[in-house]
Structures are given as structure tokens and as C-alpha cells.
Design a protein around this ligand. Structure first.
Ligand code: EPU
Length: 292
């Protein structure tokens, strides 16, 4: 068996994925590593690679539905140096572990405009970049000037945004570890930025279950036509429950864990939703969340 004795300070074993994800479901991950620096991450990836251990990277776990069987490999959650956030005029350098809500708040406090529409999104900047988080009020890709990434082989590169092929909840960063990124905001006025941020948050609060245990929107919006939320709503599914998982009465594309859900409950409910929407509207919804 592999010895991780050099990594003891950053290793926890058999941690329930329910504790690492906002949906709060999922069985144990065999190894959870929380590297605090680029050097620590590089040597960790080296050991994991040499031992053929499967690796996944997690941020705030807000777009992941983890299975009840857990994950037999290693999950990496960046910590320490990776939570560094610094401002230089309208340019912001942020480690991948910085929570997106902190980035939005601290930018607004400095009167920096650009990130207002990302309020209410719960991820880390690393996760937000990998999946190009956002919605109708803006996607994070519009703010990125450069991203520094480490491949699972340990190489570090600075990647220009045009190489990242940002799309709808997509980028080429999938499969590598985002270390940090530089964002470009615009200097504006603190009151105006804070007011805009509050107004976006009010709108989101009125239509989304932001406080509930969930993974946000569970299905992608199909191209053209009605949104996934509207289709699920029209199929009469708001409030429908399987075990401890429920279709949010507020936004039908949110499946919420009422407290006791297993991953099976969530996935059974998702399957039910998918088949009812297919029956009622002929649209086959695709998962937007990552299934682990
Ligand atoms: N709608 C309903 N019933 C519902 C929910 C929505 O009829 O239960 C209708 C709304 O009235 C509206 C339309 O569907 O006419 C679109 O709804 P909404 O404005 O809430 O936006 P959305 O397309 O459902 C997207 C993103 C969200 C993001 C919001 C706001 C996807 C799948 N969802 O939602 O992202 O927060 O726009 O920008 O792209 C996420 O990624 O986890 C997420 C929540």
C-alpha cells in the first residue's frame, strides 16, 4: 500500500463526499488531500501518478452530485496559498480556492465593476473557471485575462483566455488543476457596484433556492426554446419528492436535499424528471452537474 506519510498534514481518509459537496450526498472518498502550495501540489500529483491513483479535483463541490458508493481514489481540494486574493487597480489576481462570493464581495467593496452578475453563485474561482460559471447576467469567462494551470503531469502553464474555448458551462480546463487566474474589472463607484450586486442577488433569491442544499441547476438549458426550469415546471413537477430529494417549489431545475437524501434519491428523482419532461415536451434533458 502506498505510504502518504510525507503528506500526513494535508491528508484525511474516508471523508464522506456529502461533507464536501453542497448537495450533501455521497459516500466516502478514500483520500482527501488539501495541498497548500504549488510545490506541495506538484509533489502530491507526482506520487499519485506513480501509484496510479485516480485523481479528482474539487472546489466548493457546488456542481457535483456524488454517488453513494463514494470514490476509491484521491480528491484534491486546494487550500492555503491558493486562497490568496490581491487587487492591483482593476486587475485581480486570485487563487483557485478563493470562493466566488468573496471575489464578488471584495471587488464590489473596491468599486470594481464586472463581477456583479456572478453574485449568488457558490463555487470557488477554480471551479467557476473550469465550468465557465454564470447565467443570464454574465459568465466568468468575460473577466478572465489569464489562467495558470497545472496538468496532472505536473507542468505549469499560463493560458490565454482565447485558448480556453469557453462556452456554455464549458472550457478546456477540464482535467487540469487551475492554480490561479488574473481577472480584469473596471474601476467604478462602490455604491453603484454594490447596488447592482444587491439587485442581482434579490432577483436570484426570488427565483432560486439559494440557501437549500442543492447543486444549483441540475440540467442544462436545451438549445433554443424553453429553459430546463420552465420545461420541468410545465410538466407539473415542482415539489415532487423521491425519498429526501425534492424538486424545488421555487425553481424547478433545482433538486434540493431536504436533509435526509441519499445520492440514489437525487438520481432517481432526476431520472423521473427527465422521463416526464421527455414525455410531456419531447426534450431529453442533459445533466448540467457533474456526476461523480
Ligand atoms: N421558469 C419557470 N419555472 C421554473 C423556473 C424557471 O417557468 O421553475 C422560467 C422562468 O420564468 C424564465 C425561464 O424559465 O422565463 C428561465 O428561468 P431563469 O431566469 O430562472 O433562468 P434559468 O435559465 O433557469 C439560468 C442558469 C442558472 C442561472 C440563471 C440566472 C442554467 C441551466 N441555469 O437559469 O444557473 O443562475 O440562469 O442567470 O444555465 C446553475 O448553473 O446552477 C444555475 C442555477
Amino acid at each position: 500500500m502506498t505510504s502518504f506519510k510525507n503528506f500526513a498534514p494535508i491528508l484525511s481518509e474516508n471523508v464522506p463526499l456529502a461533507r464536501l459537496t453542497s448537495m450533501r450526498v455521497g459516500g466516502p472518498v478514500r483520500f482527501l488531500f488539501e495541498p497548500r502550495s504549488q510545490a506541495e501540489l506538484a509533489s502530491l500529483l507526482d506520487v499519485l501518478r506513480r501509484n496510479n491513483i485516480l485523481v479528482r479535483v474539487i472546489g466548493a463541490g457546488s456542481n457535483v452530485v456524488a454517488g453513494d458508493d463514494g470514490f476509491p481514489g484521491a480528491v484534491i481540494r486546494l487550500a492555503g496559498d491558493f486562497a490568496h486574493l490581491s487587487f492591483e487597480g482593476p486587475a485581480v489576481t486570485a487563487g483557485a480556492a478563493v470562493p466566488l462570493p468573496r471575489f464578488v464581495r471584495e471587488s464590489a467593496e473596491r468599486g470594481l465593476s464586472g463581477a456583479e452578475g456572478l453574485v449568488g453563485i457558490p463555487g470557488t474561482l477554480g471551479g467557476a473557471l473550469v465550468m465557465n460559471a454564470g447565467g443570464r447576467w454574465g459568465e466568468i469567462c468575460r473577466l478572465v485575462r489569464a489562467a495558470r494551470v497545472m496538468t496532472l503531469q505536473g507542468g505549469v502553464t499560463d493560458v490565454a483566455p482565447e485558448k480556453l474555448a469557453f462556452g456554455y458551462r464549458h472550457s478546456t480546463l477540464v482535467g487540469s488543476v487551475v492554480l490561479s487566474a488574473v481577472f480584469q474589472l473596471q474601476q467604478s463607484d462602490r455604491q453603484a457596484v454594490e447596488a447592482a450586486t444587491r439587485s442581482f442577488l434579490d432577483k436570484k433569491r426570488a427565483t432560486q433556492d439559494l440557501g437549500a442544499a442543492s447543486a444549483g441547476c441540475i440540467f442544462k438549458n436545451p438549445p433554443g426554446g424553453l429553459s430546463a426550469g420552465a420545461l420541468i415546471d410545465r410538466a407539473g413537477l415542482k415539489g415532487v419528492q423521491v425519498g429526501g430529494a425534492k424538486v424545488s417549489p421555487l425553481h424547478a431545475n433545482f433538486l434540493v436535499n431536504t436533509g435526509s437524501a441519499s445520492a440514489k434519491d437525487v438520481l432517481d428523482l432526476a431520472r423521473l424528471v427527465r422521463s416526464r419532461v421527455l414525455e410531456t415536451s419531447g426534450v431529453d434533458l442533459e445533466f448540467e452537474v457533474q456526476l461523480w
